[in-house]
Design a protein around this ligand. Structure first.
Ligand code: EPZ
Length: 415
């Protein structure tokens, strides 16, 4: 199994580019199932999760090809409706095929996703939305079986904001008969991107950027082509790398409008930020100030940056409190950071981070995608050598992170 060996070095400087957003590309890939023909996605990075989704689409009958950063999906023939356990088990976002399969074929069988390193993560809201649209759902032998002669538009109220359930509901409702309204829908930029993609396919969705989305069902959709949005979480991770450095770092190919709150928190920690259209330069502070954060649905602070921001707070001059309200158990990185001599205690869903003068390199283990990114940042900021095992987690969501960070001065070897 591969590992990262990191020689601590806080003298990062230069320009680091951001890739396309995994969490916008996954739904777009699933959405391709809605229309026969070939759709094309641009700005697609090389990520394990996207390979897993490609594999799943192929199992369903689609032809998927990647050339450089262009992904083509030919969904002319969809001859299976089953998302098997082996793939759903690898990646929960496999559940994104549920809505499109139901809409196109009237039937879907998707393995029930289990828990994962960041918590139990139920899918009840996905199922509630499908049922509201008229699907008959049963769960048997670890599989969700869904059937509908024809989906019919409905009013759907989400009791909780859910990115995945909103996306699945959108993808099912676009071909339903009549009008569907989603209330308390999620508003993440990845939802907007999915709406743009579906509308380019011929869907009629309005309300983008709000919590109420209205979908007028259409008879059929057609394939399309779209440039994928930049990954705001990768951008945020690199901004935090810059904040931990001793020199300025410029993050390019990003969308600053998607990072308002993370940027506000970085400013509160003492960073100066220079924001341009598609780039942000972070000037790190001499002394990092403690800042509290609470993760919330967008436009709140993203849970996907919680672990990385915690690393910054490990070196702050004082105590900060980091609360995760989205995934209350998402603190697997804490024990590993404490191995690097951070001083963090977790009670329920709040980490109390007491800043230390320095982190000290050690052997640690990656437990999930964002926790791994946090450990990479901590390894760069620590004195001495850090070895991170199980780095396959990081390849799920970051395209050659070590190459990108090494280009601005980090010393990371994959072995
Ligand atoms: C998406 O997961 C992202 N994944 C996650 O990113 C991200 O952490 C999360 O949204 C929150 O922003 C993808 O986009 C592929 P949710 P998702 O449904 O859709 C509860 C990463 O590192 N809930 O918005 O699964 C749930 O338990 C990943 O890239 C239900 O109760 O998240 C959570 O508390 C990790 N029932 C809250 O809602 C449901 O049916 C929000 O989850 C669904 C969710």
């Amino acid at each position: 199994m591969e590992q990262f060996i990191i020689e601590g070095n806080r003298n990062l400087s230069g320009t680091i580019p951001v890739s396309g957003a995994k969490n916008a590309i996954l739904p777009a890939m699933a959405a391709c199932l809605l229309a026969p023909g070939t759709s094309t996605l641009h700005n697609v990075p090389h990520l394990i999760d996207l390979k897993t989704m490609s594999l799943l689409l192929r199992v369903l009958g689609a032809k998927v090809e990647m050339e450089n950063d262009v992904l083509s999906i030919d969904a002319s023939h969809i001859d299976s409706y089953e998302a098997p356990y082996e793939l759903v088990n690898k990646m929960r976002a496999s559940i994104y095929v549920l809505g499109p399969l139901l809409a196109r074929l009237g039937i879907a069988k998707v393995s029930f996703p289990g828990g994962c390193a960041i918590g139990t993560r139920p899918v009840d809201l996905h199922l509630m939305a499908m049922e509201a649209l008229g699907a008959h759902i049963t769960v048997e032998h670890g599989y969700i079986n869904a059937k509908a002669d024809k989906l019919v538009g409905a009013d759907i109220y989400f009791p909780k904001s859910s990115v995945g359930a909103t996306i699945n509901a959108l993808m099912a409702a676009v071909l339903a008969k009549g009008v569907t309204s989603l209330f308390n829908a999620a508003m993440e930029p990845e939802i907007d991107a999915t709406i743009d993609f579906l509308n380019l396919m011929g869907a009629q969705i309005s309300g983008k950027g709000t919590t109420t989305l209205v979908i007028e069902g259409v008879e059929k959709l057609h394939p399309t082509e779209m440039e994928m949005i930049p990954d705001r979480i990768e951008a945020g991770t690199f901004l935090i790398a810059g904040a931990l450095s001793t020199n300025p770092v410029t993050v390019t190919n990003c969308n600053p409008n998607h990072l308002t709150l993370p940027m506000e928190k970085l400013r509160a920690s003492g960073c100066e930020l220079e924001v341009e259209n598609c780039s942000i330069t972070v000037y790190p502070p001499e002394i990092i100030q403690p800042v509290d954060i609470i993760t919330l649905p967008y436009p709140g602070f993203p849970t996907d940056l919680q672990a990385q921001f915690t690393v910054l707070m490990c070196l702050a001059d004082g105590i900060s409190f980091i609360e995760d309200t989205i995934f209350p158990d998402r603190f697997a990185h804490v024990a590993e950071l404490n191995r690097l001599q951070a001083d963090i205690r977790v009670e329920q869903n709040i980490a109390r981070v007491k800043g230390v003068k320095k982190l000290s390199g050690a052997e640690v283990m990656a437990t999930d995608l964002r926790a791994s990114a946090a450990l990479v940042l901590a390894g760069i900021a620590a004195e001495g050598k850090t070895v991170i095992s199980r780095i396959y987690h990081i390849d799920r969501g970051y395209d050659h992170i070590e190459k990108k960070l090494n280009a601005i001065g980090a010393k990371i070897t994959r072995s």
